[in-house]
Design a protein around this ligand. Sequence first.
Ligand code: T46
Length: 133
Amino acid sequence: MSLINLLEFPMLGDDRGSLVALESGRAVPFDIKRVYYIFGTMEGVSRGFHAHKELQQVAVCVSGQCRMLLDNGTEKAELWLDAPTKGVAIEPMVWHEMHDFSSDCVLLVVASEHYDESDYIRNYEDFIEQVSS
Ligand code: T46
């Protein structure tokens, strides 16, 4: 599978404005158990710097933009999340970092599981060791 799995969400707009729906099994390829959003990120601050062991996620900037780096241990790729119709899948065992948040950025993430700190690998050397074994 390609490292960058882009998801294009249908725009359900009309003359009143725009609407995007994220539904399990349709726009989002797993059952959604959790939704969180990151906003008000200070200028120059980067986030992420971890991989998940099992968690599946889809991220989309519903406002503004940020740059996401994905790294599967052998290959790295970057993309801009810069439209509310453009999502990216964050697969398990993919190191990810988010950079260059615009001041109006709201990064919405849907996740397949409840929050569980034991699912995180927050040390890059540990990640490389685990992804290679
Ligand atoms: C991810 C990227 C894209 C919770 O208590 N519940 C939650 O659901 C989440 C997501 C976080 N937290 C706590 C854990 C930390 O004490 O909120 C604090 C900040 O979390 P973290 O430093 O992991 O935030 P980011 O922006 O580095 O990463 C987040 C998600 O945690 C992570 O799963 O993939 O966004």
